[in-house]
Design a protein around this ligand. Sequence first.
Ligand code: AMP
Length: 465
Amino acid sequence: MSQIAFSTLKMHPNLLKNLTSLGYETMTPIQAQSLPDILAGKDVIAQGKTGSGKTAAFGLGLLEKLDVKNLHVQSLVLCPTRELADQVAKEIRKLARTLSNIKVLTLCGGIPFRPQANSLEYGAHIIVGTPGRIEDHLNKETLKLNHLRTLVLDEADRMLEMGFQSEIDAIIDQAPKQRQTLLLSATFPDQIKSIAKRIMIKPVMAQVASTHDNTTISQHFYKVSDNEQRMTALRLLLLQHRPESTVIFCNTKKETQEVANELVEHGFSALALNGDLEQRDRDQTLVRFANKSTSILVATDVAARGLDIDALDAVINFHIAQDPEVHVHRIGRTGRAGSKGIACSLFSDKEHYKMTVLGDYLEKSIESEPLPARSVLEEPAMKPLMATLQIGGGKKQKVRPGDILGALTGENGIAGKQVGKIHISDNWAYVAVNRDIVKIALKKLTEGTLKGRTFRVRLMWDWPT
Ligand code: AMP
C-alpha cells in the first residue's frame, strides 16, 4: 500500500511539526482513509481497533478545530472503559503538546465525583470519559455541552455491548445539533447502524479491511474432545511456544477464574481479568500484565477492551468466540506493529456451528492441527522476566517515578536497566523489577525513604515459588 505523508494534509503547522517529532511520518490506513474527511468537518464512521492509529485520526481532527482561547468544552470523547479513556487522553495530550495550554480532562466512573466537578470549574477544552459519569455531570450541571463542536464515540460497539445505550442517548440529547460526530467501532452490528442513522448527518464510511495481515499473525486451530483435554491442550501450547505475554480469551467470567487458577496450579504466572474484579484489582492486574511481571491474562472480551499492550506474543481462544468479528478482533491483538504473533483456537464438536460460520467469514476452510506431543508437559512453566513491587503511596502522597527510581538505584542500589515500568495511581505505586534482584529491590525500598517517608512495600507474587 502506498504511504501517504501527514504533510499532504491541511493542518495547523504546529500539529504537523509535532507529528514529525513523534515519529509519525506516514498515515496508518485508517488515518489515510478518514483524516481528510474528518478535517473537512464531515461526520465519519471509521472501522478501527486498538493499535490502528484511530486515536490520532479523531484526535488530530478535534485538535485542528479547537479554539484555544475558548475554555468551554469543545470536544467530548466517549469511551467504554476507564483504561481506554486514560489512553485516549494520553494520546491527545501527546498530539497537542505543541499547541499552547490545551486542557484535556478525563471523567470516568469508579473515582470520586467532587474533584472532577472542581476541575471542571476551571474549564477544559476536551473531555474524555465514560458514558455513565459524563451523564452524571450533565445531570448535575457540572458539565455543559453548549459549546461542543466535536463528539466522538470511541469503541461504539463495546459501549453498546456494555449497556451504555441510554446514557449515550441522554448525552446526545444535550449536545448541540450543529456539531461534528465521529464514530469508531471495530464491528458494525445493526445497533451501531441504527445509532449512526439517528445521530449523524450523511456520514462518510472509512473502512479498513477487517481481516488482519496474514503475514504477521499465524492462526492455528486445535480440536479437543472435552474440557479436560482443552485444559491440557492449553498447557501444551503455552509450553511449546513459551510466549512472554499471552491473552487467553474465555466466553464467561467464571471460566476466566477457573482457567487462571488451574494455570497457576501448574506453575504458570496467570491472572484472571473479568468484570467481577473491583476497580483496584482490575488496575493492578493490568499493571502487572503490562509490566511483564504476569505472563498470562485470562480474560473475557468485555474485560479485555482497552487493553493496550504493544507486544502481545500470543492470543489463545479457550473457546471460539460467539461472533466471527469478535474472533478477528481478538486475534488482532497479537502481531501488532509488524511483530510476529501467534493465535491459537481450541474447539470441540459442540462448537461445530461456530466453526462453520467462522470459516465462511474468514473465507477459508479451517483445518485442525495436531497438538504438541504430551512430553512437552514435562517442561517447566515459563516465568515472567519481572516482578511487581507495590508501594503504599501514590500521587496523593506526591510519590513520583523519579523518587522510586532514585531509591532503587541509589547508593549500592540496583542498575537502572533492572527496573521496568513504573505506574503511579492515586494511593499506590507499582514498580517492575527484574525477578533476579527482587529481594534487593524490596530491601532498598523498605529500608530507604521516598520523599523523606517510609512506605509499606509488598511483593506481588503470582506463581508458586
Ligand atoms: P491507537 O490505535 O490509537 O491505540 O494507536 C496505536 C499506537 O500507534 C499509538 O501508540 C500511537 O502513538 C501510534 N500511532 C498512531 N498513528 C501513528 C502513525 N501515523 N505513525 C506511527 N505511529 C502511530
